[in-house]
Design a binder for this molecule. Structure first.
Ligand SMILES: NC(=O)c1ccc[n+]([C@@H]2O[C@H](COP(=O)([O-])OP(=O)(O)OC[C@H]3O[C@@H](n4cnc5c(N)ncnc54)[C@H](OP(=O)(O)O)[C@@H]3O)[C@@H](O)[C@H]2O)c1
Length: 242
């Protein structure tokens, strides 16, 4: 097999121009805060409702990642972008056979997979013009494993994981660093009903931004994601619980 060696300029957060999707709360808000703290020149904080962005110092923009018109408007709003964080996501928390499973799966696919695909595609030429830059896709430990209630969410995150690896091939030649972020439960609204150990959003974001700045391509932000990755070849995803 012929291997192409990809060289990208290491991204420094200081002086970068970043866009975070779903930046009004949860992990996205933690990303926006940390980017400002690390000296990003500008942070575009995107949300479905731009008025729900209350963090001082960011540029709020309206973006519904499932709305093609909203995504089509995006490129003209962020011509100076160097760092894209595809963070917006949903989890319906139902299994593959629950009520409305097909409709809920479509919503998760639209948000967690088609959204990052459409946005990355719209933004790629801007990153190229601005020297390559970087994309971080917020995936999940559940890209690699399935809980009794996560079949459709896991499928959407597995699709987004494959997308991330595909983007790395296609964007490498223009010098864009592509990073996948895996993590187990994080303490945000998304896991409000779950009683289990959770990482702090700030710690997850620190791991992600440290990885970007070190030129890495994969973030394993907690022990759950590290253990799952280490045991993929043992068939950890074949085990069932409940
Ligand atoms: N929390 C966890 O345990 C965990 C673990 C692994 C991965 N993740 C991933 O981390 C990311 C952030 O999740 P979170 O935990 O911060 O969840 P969260 O607190 O529920 O926040 C989700 C964010 O995504 C936004 N969003 C949802 N649908 C959108 C759409 N169609 N267009 C634009 N924005 C949309 C929400 O905006 P609104 O306010 O408008 O709803 C909100 O800002 C997601 O991709 C999630 O899958 C989370």
């Amino acid at each position: 097999m012929n291997m192409m060696i990809i060289i990208f300029r290491i991204m420094k957060i200081n002086g970068s121009v970043a866009l975070v999707t779903g930046a009004n709360r949860g992990l996205g808000l933690a990303f926006a805060k940390a980017l400002l703290e690390r000296g990003a020149k500008k942070v575009y904080a995107a949300a479905r409702d731009a008025e729900s962005v209350t963090l001082p110092g960011v540029v709020a923009i309206q973006l519904d990642v499932t709305d093609p018109e909203s995504v089509a408007r995006l490129a003209a709003q962020v011509p100076d972008l160097t760092l894209l964080i595809n963070n917006a996501g949903i989890s319906k928390g139902k299994g593959a056979l629950g009520a409305n499973a097909v409709e809920l799966a479509r919503q998760e696919m639209e948000t967690n997979y088609i959204g990052p695909l459409a946005i990355s595609s719209a933004i790629a030429p801007i990153l190229a013009r601005n020297g390559g830059g970087a994309i971080v896709n917020v995936l999940s430990a559940l890209s690699w494993a399935v809980l009794p209630t996560s079949a459709t969410y896991s499928a959407s995150k597995a699709a987004a994981w494959a997308l991330t690896n595909g983007l790395r091939h296609e964007l490498g030649p223009q010098g864009t660093q592509v990073v996948g972020l895996h993590v187990g439960f994080v303490d945000t609204d998304l896991t409000a009903g779950i009683n289990a150990p959770k990482s702090k959003p700030e710690d997850v974001v620190k791991s992600a931004l440290d990885t970007v700045e070190s030129g890495g391509t994969e973030v394993l932000a907690d022990d759950v994601s590290k253990t799952l990755k280490a045991n993929l070849s043992n068939g950890v995803y074949l085990r069932t619980v409940g």
